[in-house]
Ligand binder design. Structure first.
Ligand code: SDX
Length: 379
């Protein structure tokens, strides 16, 4: 069996063959099932994009309506899960609450019937439908309020914003939010998707697969960066302070949150679309001082690190959009997870067809033939 050379972080090592999405990092190209992200962001919506990613083609009108109705029907969460979430500490991070409640779905719905297409579809619908409800429920409960029931008269994104704020969602804000979900839905074999694939390869249940992926996405080097970007802009505090702040961070070899990528060596195409969305929001609702600081930060980082292929990634502008929509900063990554459930499920289904457990090897660099030393003889 040919053994590949060890690469930290498996950089450049293919972990699968996939048809779900494609990235050309030097061209800033991203396609979902062959369709450019710019086209999907402009013409599709999140649930239609999720269907495309998971079942491999755009749904017919009837298929889409059926899928939307199924997701709408399954938005509610069992009272026992809500009661369990009521015991979560208010100080807990929403990503930890999401990981715990996603795993809890398995207690009610796991049947390990992975050879049954109906079961596969049910799991897809339930996870897409219930994850937003759980994120919103935790938000209301940690503020001492009772969670609200989903509203069947609202579409996917409008309903989430309603459950989160208990207010009638602004149609433009809901549309912007829905585009953000489409942009965050899938991105080839990133860390959390790889985590989902490894978990899926053991033929465990889809709820455990999603719980694994949520835990992986939470890290600040991955999905958690969008929250860190706002903290960084907060610390910078003014456009004038952007340059000295960034220069000092680079001098101290600190990673600038929202920049750099394992694959892109140019600006992440999703960052460009998110920046345009931010500008549309600010045009409509008034400017945002954080945006001016962000634009200056991007200019300085490009000047200083562009030669190393370090440019803005998806996390740099997403937080500005969510913040402008009144979403609390520590919910930015759970919202990333709401969207990425579509990509994780697409790769889960794809791995079921591969049907081969992940079991990589290693380059052993330790000792051999070491004798056991009795405790009294150890220093
Ligand atoms: C996401 O994989 C995906 O597709 C992920 C994602 C998705 O949709 O799923 O796109 C979502 O996770 C976006 C990334 C969000 N994370 C951040 O914004 C955190 C900051 N970024 C870095 O931590 C970093 O860029 C990574 C983790 C994103 C990528 O890291 P790599 O590929 O392992 O790069 P590296 O750490 O080996 O760095 C290579 C060089 C180093 O310099 P040298 O030691 O060679 O001199 O580039 C430098 C790094 O110091 N570098 C940075 C930097 N990122 C890399 N320097 C300053 N700031 C940065 N952000």
């Amino acid at each position: 069996m040919a053994v590949c050379e060890y690469k930290p972080g498996l950089e450049g090592i293919p972990a699968t063959r996939s048809e779900v999405s494609y990235v050309d990092g030097s061209q800033g190209l991203l396609e979902y099932r062959g369709i450019r992200i710019e086209e999907l962001a402009a013409k599709s919506n999140f649930l239609e994009t999720a269907y495309l990613l998971i079942w491999g083609e755009l749904p017919s009108k009837t298929e889409l309506e059926k899928f939307q109705d199924e997701v709408r029907y399954h938005r509610r969460i069992k009272y026992r899960i809500r009661d369990m979430m009521k015991c979560f500490p208010e100080t807990g991070h929403p990503m930890d609450a999401l990981q715990a409640s996603a795993a809890a779905l398995g207690l009610f719905y796991s049947r390990r019937a992975l050879d049954n297409p109906e079961y596969i579809r049910e799991a897809v619908v339930r996870l897409l439908a219930k994850i937003p409800t759980m994120v919103a429920a935790f938000q209301l409960m940690r503020n001492g309020n009772d969670p609200v029931q989903p509203r069947d008269d609202l579409d996917y994104s409008s309903n989430f914003l309603y459950m989160l704020t208990e207010q009638e969602p602004d149609p433009f804000a809901a549309q912007v939010f829905d585009v953000c979900l489409t942009l965050h839905a899938e991105h080839t074999i990133n860390a959390s998707t790889f985590s989902a694939m490894v978990t899926a390869s053991t033929l465990t249940d889809p709820y455990a697969v999603i719980a694994s992926a949520v835990g992986t996405l939470a890290g600040p080097l991955h999905g958690g960066a969008n929250e860190e970007v706002i903290a960084m802009l907060d610390e910078i505090g003014s456009v004038e302070n952007a340059r000295p702040f960034i220069e000092s961070a680079i001098a101290q070899k600190q990673k600038i949150m929202g920049f750099g990528h394992r694959v892109y060596t140019v600006k992440d195409p999703r960052a460009t679309i998110l920046q345009n969305l931010a500008e549309q929001l600010f045009e409509k609702n008034g400017s945002d001082p954080y945006y001016d600081i962000a634009v200056e930060v991007e200019k300085v980082v490009e000047e200083k690190l562009g030669h190393k292929g370090i440019y803005a990634n998806v996390d740099f502008y997403s937080g500005l959009v969510y913040r402008h929509l009144g979403i609390p900063t520590d919910l930015f990554t759970p919202i990333f997870a709401i969207a990425r459930v579509a990509g994780w499920l697409a790769h889960w289904k794809e791995q079921l067809a591969v049907n081969r457990i992940f079991r990589p090897t290693q380059e052993y660099v330790g000792n051999h033939g070491v004798s056991y030393l009795p405790i009294e003889k150890r220093s």
